[in-house]
Every structure is written in structure tokens, then in C-alpha cells.
Design a protein around this ligand. Structure first.
Ligand SMILES: NC(=O)c1ccc[n+]([C@@H]2O[C@H](COP(=O)([O-])OP(=O)(O)OC[C@H]3O[C@@H](n4cnc5c(N)ncnc54)[C@H](O)[C@@H]3O)[C@@H](O)[C@H]2O)c1
Length: 328
């Protein structure tokens, strides 16, 4: 099977490509990435000479390019997106372009070419839940511009299935962590700042809850959905590991033997969703998916990866590590 992966130089896409090529036989991967926010060529430097891998620098909104690429592949896994909520508060336009126009471009072409598309989505489309947990049937209720663009893409995907019978599947995952994540996100940012003995900003009181998933487990769920999923269906992939931000930061500091004095409470992000929650009963019952990674072990592996990859520090800019990046 030849898979077109979009956004494969980013965090989850690169881990997905490495998993497919290292753990499965008979797969070829073409990776199309525009090298925008979140991308890092180093993420896939180990496989640049792998004969089953090809990189194409390009934008998923370029329909000519995408027509050619999709016609040479069996299916598309669409990871490409602007993915940082804080940036969507300053300027949502790139999110509309990549996350909606980009998804639409792919959707239209796979429909004409009768190929399968997996749309990678997020628990954020369900918005903040003070209690209870979302299922595949729950209502979309996004509250920040990033989540709204991801929900829009989902609506387009569903409309194409209903109208054209397109071979489309949506997977939604909770917050991922692991190697190769862009340094702006909570866990890598905390690791790097702690390593540098710098203050670690905690938004508000640090009580916002996320369900943390080791990236490998998410990738397993995507592969199962690609190979066994039914067109028109969506599959939630959740870790059942809901933890508030301050506890996450304290765990990292504990593993790194750093003092909690490094934590600094800062102004909260506007519209900061309090809690996301989904269950993954459907994918577990249908395909036997389960989370394999323990949170502490996953964190230890992630911390070690950042410490072993000091080159990542050369990618830091002052704005990357700002304490309130959602402010201009
Ligand atoms: N990170 C998470 O916790 C999480 C959780 C659930 C779902 N998701 C979804 O998973 C996907 C990947 O997230 P990530 O954390 O790896 O993101 P990331 O920001 O690390 O990587 C995104 C990649 O997409 C590329 N890209 C963006 N727009 C593009 C375009 N128009 N054309 C070509 N390439 C483009 C970027 O260059 C980058 O390499 C996203 O769709 C995101 O919404 C992420």
C-alpha cells in the first residue's frame, strides 16, 4: 500500500511515518509538507534514504500538485494543519487555509479519484466539557478558532460522504505528547525551560484538564482506522488519562529533579477550554485498540528524547518560549 501522508514533517505525522516504515512490511510513504509551523526536517532525517519513503515539499491547498500525488497513491492520511491554539488567537487566517481549504482540496480529489482519506481530527471539536465524556455521536461545539477549523473540516468530510459516498474516515485524538513535538507545546516547552532552569509559565491556575496520549498509541489507532475502518465513520482515540496542567508540569519537574519554584503563574489564555474528554469504546470494541503506554514511562522517554536532541534548542526563538504566546 502506498500512503500519501500530509504534514509528515510535523510531530504526529513524523511519528506515524516512522512507525509505518519501521514496524510494517509492504508500505510506501509519500510525505507532502509545506514546511510551515511545527515542521522540522530533522524529524525524518533517519529515513531520508529509505527507498520506501519520498518527501515532496508542497502545500495541500495546491490542487494540481495534490491531484498528481493522490493519483500515485492508494490513500491519504491528512495530518497537515496549523495546530497551535495560541497562534489561532493572534491570527486565525492560516488555520482557515490549511485546516479547511487544505482538507477540502484533498476531499474533492479523493472523491474524484475514488481513494480513501483519513482526516486526523481532535477532541477539541467537542469543546469544553465540565462533566461527562464525548462519544462519536456527540455534538460538535468548538470554542477556539483552531478547534472551529478542525470542526469545519469534519463537517465537509461528512457532507462529502453523504452527498458523494466518498471513502472518508475521521479519527479524533486527545492531547498527544512524545518525541518530535514542536517546542511551543506544553510538554516540550516545560522540558526545555526546566532544562535551562528558566521559569515555566502556567496559564491561570493550571487546573485545565487534558487527556494525555503517547503519540505511538495515537498512531496505532490511525493505522487500524485506515486498514479496517468503515467509510463515513469516525473513531475517537482517547487515553483515559485526564490530568490537569499543573500536575503534568510537576511530574516533569520531578522526573528531571528540578524544583517546583520554576513554575510561574501567568494570565490565562482567552477562551481556554477547561476540560476535554472522549471515550474510545468504539475503536477498542471494533478493532481491539488499546493504549499501551503508561503516562510516567511515556514522559520519561519524551524527556530523554529532548535531552538527547540538543539541536532542538537551536530552533528556539524568544517568541517560541514567550510566557503568553497568544498575546502579540
Ligand atoms: N498535537 C496534538 O495533541 C493533536 C491531538 C489531536 C489531533 N491533532 C491533529 O493532528 C494533526 C497533526 O498535529 P501535530 O501536532 O503533528 O501538528 P504539527 O504542527 O506538529 O505539524 C503540522 C505539520 O503540517 C504541515 N502543514 C501545515 N499546513 C500545511 C499545508 N497547508 N500544506 C502542507 N503541509 C502543511 C506543517 O508544515 C507541519 O509539518 C493535526 O491535524 C492536528 O489537528 C493533534
Amino acid at each position: 500500500m502506498k500512503i500519501l501522508v500530509t504534514g509528515g514533517l510535523g510531530f504526529i505525522g513524523s511519528n506515524f511515518i516512522l512507525k509505518i516504515l519501521n514496524e510494517y512490511d509492504n508500505f510506501e510513504v509519500v510525505n507532502v509538507d509545506a514546511e510551515l509551523t511545527g515542521s522540522n526536517k530533522e524529524n525524518l532525517s533517519d529515513i531520508q534514504n529509505n527507498q520506501n519513503y519520498k518527501f515532496v515539499r508542497g502545500n495541500i491547498t495546491n490542487s494540481r500538485l495534490m491531484e498528481d500525488l493522490i493519483s500515485s497513491c492508494d490513500c491519504v492520511v491528512n495530518f497537515a494543519a496549523e495546530s497551535f491554539v495560541d497562534r489561532s488567537i493572534i491570527d486565525a487566517n492560516p488555520f482557515l487555509v490549511s485546516n479547511i481549504r487544505g482538507a477540502f482540496t484533498i476531499l474533492d480529489i479523493i472523491t474524484k479519484q475514488k481513494k480513501r482519506m483519513i482526516q486526523i481530527s481532535t477532541d477539541e471539536v467537542f469543546g469544553s466539557l465540565s462533566n461527562g465524556t464525548a462519544t462519536e455521536e456527540s455534538k460538535l461545539n468548538p470554542s477556539n478558532p483552531y478547534a472551529a477549523t478542525k470542526a469545519s473540516a469534519e463537517l465537509l468530510v461528512n457532507s462529502y460522504f453523504t452527498t458523494h459516498g466518498s471513502d472518508v474516515i475521521i479519527t479524533r485524538c486527545t492531547n498527544n505528547y512524545g518525541p518530535r513535538q514542536f517546542v511551543e507545546k506544553l510538554i516540550p516547552k516545560t522540558i526545555i525551560l526546566a532544562h535551562m532552569n528558566k521559569k515555566i509559565p502556567i496559564y491561570g491556575k493550571g487546573k485545565n484538564v487534558r487527556d494525555w496520549m503517547y503519540v505511538d498509541d495515537h498512531c496505532d489507532g490511525v493505522i487500524l482506522s485506515l486498514l479496517r475502518g468503515k467509510a463515513g465513520e469516525s473513531y475517537n482515540i482517547s487515553a483515559d488519562n485526564e490530568i490537569d496542567n499543573i500536575t503534568v508540569v510537576k511530574k516533569i519537574l520531578g522526573i528531571m529533579n528540578k524544583t517546583e519554584d520554576l513554575m510561574e503563574f501567568v494570565e490565562d489564555r482567552p477562551g481556554h477550554d477547561f476540560r476535554y474528554s472522549m471515550n474510545s469504546n468504539k475503536i477498542s470494541e471494533k478493532f481491539g485498540w488499546k493504549r499501551n503506554s503508561d503516562f510516567e514511562e511515556g514522559l520519561e522517554k519524551t524527556i530523554q528524547w529532548y535531552l538527547d536532541n540538543p539541536k532542538i534548542l537551536s530552533r528556539l526563538s524568544a517568541s517560541t518560549l514567550k510566557s503568553t504566546p497568544w498575546k502579540n
